[in-house]
Design a protein around this ligand. Structure first.
Ligand code: URA
Ligand code: SF4
Length: 192
């Protein structure tokens, strides 16, 4: 079994926090294990809980569209969440739930070693970088402990404010451009 499949199967049967009692299915991360960009949302919603896959409901549709506008398909990237089980009524995950689930996210990051982690929304921003206003900080690139992060809004925010659709799309473009620049800096063309 691949390392990522092993995390997957641990998540599927996990009972480390009380969200395991109310979920239908745990939702492990999904996508390319060799992805250069790894996206982190908050927690599964109703559709994700039903299907056992991340971002398959309306927020997922918005994310897929924003990715494709920047030339990315979901198979190019890896998509996961801070907590892998749906909180009742989609409430924000509690501190203890985030802490219980954290080792799975750490493992995903360790295995995939993305060039950039794309933080989507305040829950992921708070959990990974101790940040607290994604609206003020979106579009920024941050480097911490040798890892690069890109900050953007949560795709679900677009459901409540359609004007944010272009913000998300613009951010995806910036993200792809940032990645291209990083790769160029790593492998400068040989001009000899
Ligand atoms: N919102 C999230 O944060 N994650 C999902 O997987 C779906 C909706
Ligand atoms: Fe386990 Fe995470 Fe689900 Fe809690 S949210 S039961 S820690 S997989």
């Amino acid at each position: 079994m691949s390392e990522i499949d092993s995390i997957r199967s641990q998540v599927i049967s996990c009972v480390k926090c009380s969200l395991s009692k109310t979920r239908t299915n745990a939702v492990p991360g999904k996508g390319n294990p060799k992805a250069e960009i790894l996206f982190i949302g908050e927690a599964p919603g109703r559709n994700e809980d039903q299907k056992g896959e991340p971002f398959v409901g309306s927020a997922g549709k918005i994310l897929t569209e924003a990715l494709s506008s920047a030339g990315l398909s979901r198979d190019d990237v890896y998509i996961t969440n801070v907590v892998k089980c749906r909180p009742p009524n989609n409430r924000i995950p509690l501190q203890e739930e985030k802490e219980s689930c954290q080792p799975y996210l750490s493992k995903e990051l360790e295995i995939i070693k993305p060039k950039i982690i794309c933080i989507m929304g305040n829950t992921a921003y708070g959990s990974l970088l101790n940040g607290n206003s994604i609206t003020k900080n979106r579009g920024k690139i941050i480097e911490k402990d040798g890892q690069r992060y890109f900050l953007t809004i949560h795709p679900a925010a677009v459901i409540y404010n359609q004007e944010l659709k272009s913000v998300l799309k613009d951010d995806m473009k910036t993200l792809v451009e940032t990645l291209d620049r990083l790769k160029k800096d790593e492998n400068p063309p040989d001009n000899k």
